[in-house]
Design a protein around this ligand. Sequence first.
Ligand SMILES: *Cc1c(COP(=O)(O)O)cnc(C)c1O
Length: 217
Amino acid sequence: MSSSLQDKYLSVRKSIPAHVTLVAVSKFHPVEAIKEVYDAGQRVFGENRVQELMQKQPLLPADMQWHVIGTLQTNKVKYIAPFVSLIHSVDSPKLLTEIDKQAKKCNRVIDCLLEIFIAKEETKHGLSFEEAEAIFNSPPLPNVCIKGVMGMATNTSNEQQVREEFKSLATFYNKHKSAHNLLYMSMGMSSDYQLAIEEGSNVVRIGSSIFGISPRK
Ligand SMILES: *Cc1c(COP(=O)(O)O)cnc(C)c1O
């Protein structure tokens, strides 16, 4: 019998087309809840704090794929380098260089997305389109692979504005996609993932619609 958490997960899962990757954002939620969603079939999970991820990862099944979606400090990269499967939040050349260095120590190539600032909100951050373009045009680093872009829209009920912000990221992604073999455009959260998918997103990061509103949010 499925739990109500599993039912919520399955209904979100059903609302997402098959070509779109669902990242279940489990930040602030306990390993027991994460395991229930895993048992319902989910394998890709996202966390935004390194320390929390470090605590949870060893307690959960080894075939889970962990994505880092939040601001990542360079001095914390070493902790996640051995196992992280995708970093969505590369927001500086310096961070990319550090990921390369730590990936090399682990004898891995770490997949990354460039986080781009598309919102009209000061609380959101990321690279400008120009800065992201400069990274695309600089020599590739051997132990990182840039697989695409990530963006967060303004937290507003103005649907037109959210759509415009998603469109701006989609335009940038499509411009660079073939030259750089990009595969992923990560945009859309609980409140706006349907819009994001309509604008071309193929990776959505969904937390509260699956796990509920966390006490620390
Ligand atoms: C928390 C978080 C999400 C998920 O947000 P919900 O509104 O709970 O779906 C997505 N992306 C990032 C970067 C986050 O920090």
